[in-house]
Design a protein around this ligand. Structure first.
Ligand SMILES: *[C@@H]1O[C@H](CO)[C@@H](O)[C@H](O)[C@H]1NC(C)=O
Ligand SMILES: *[C@@H]1O[C@H](CO)[C@@H](O)[C@H](O)[C@H]1NC(C)=O
Length: 190
């Protein structure tokens, strides 16, 4: 049986970084609907990647980093210091929590502050701690990730280039409207 982790891009209008921790007990996901679980078990959007699975004790731990807002105020110290602090926090949380999966929730980048020539390099920075921890993960993008000098699609393409453990993928064209590329689901096997 498999459950689907649905990842939807939703606009969020906060400007602070809030790491959160959710431990999901197996029972809260037990699907009553055989038809749905049978349908899902026949689908594998990641034929070339290892399956994401629950642990033997029936748990599946997800760590969520939300609203990282990298690249804010690059013209002074405040923004770059926040970014350095966020990376330090990720490098502390990931080895100590050792989650089964990580979700990087939008907004990854403060798009209205970034420069065309280097906005996707912020993605490389964010991926650093995850690449080191080697934990499978997904990202979803928010309203600040779709601005004059950055788009959801550019962020996703860059992430797929630099982060081997990424399970992020793009929605079929047109799904989710403008900037809807970050809508997809990830199967998690029991
Ligand atoms: C976009 O990038 C260009 C070139 O780096 C910069 O001059 C411009 O101010 C940026 N625009 C916005 C809205 O950040
Ligand atoms: C991006 O480019 C701008 C303007 O050239 C610069 O001020 C800023 O420090 C750069 N940011 C990064 C993350 O490289």
């Amino acid at each position: 049986m498999r459950i689907a982790l649905s990842l939807l891009s939703v606009p969020v209008y906060v400007t602070w970084a809030a790491p959160s921790r959710i431990q999901v007990p197996f029972s809260s996901f037990a699907a009553d609907n055989d038809e749905i679980s049978q349908f899902l078990s026949g689908l594998d959007p990641y034929p070339n990647k290892p399956r994401i699975t629950f642990k033997n004790d029936g748990t599946f731990k997800i760590t969520v980093f939300s609203d990282l807002h990298f690249g804010e105020n690059p013209w002074d110290d405040w923004g770059p210091v926040q970014d350095a602090n966020s990376l330090k926090l990720m490098r502390t949380v990931l080895p100590s929590e050792r989650p089964d999966y990580v979700v990087i929730n939008g907004d990854l980048i403060t798009g209205e502050n970034t420069f065309r020539e280097n906005s996707t390099s912020l993605i490389d920075e964010i991926m650093g701690p995850i690449n080191e921890a080697k934990i499978p993960f997904s990202s979803t993008q928010g309203n600040h990730d779709n601005q004059a000098n950055i788009t959801h699609l550019e962020e996703i393409q860059r992430e797929l280039r630099v982060a081997p453990m990424s399970y992020t993928r793009t929605a079929p064209k047109g799904v989710g409207g403008a900037g809807g590329e970050g809508n997809y689901w990830v199967p998690v096997s029991l």
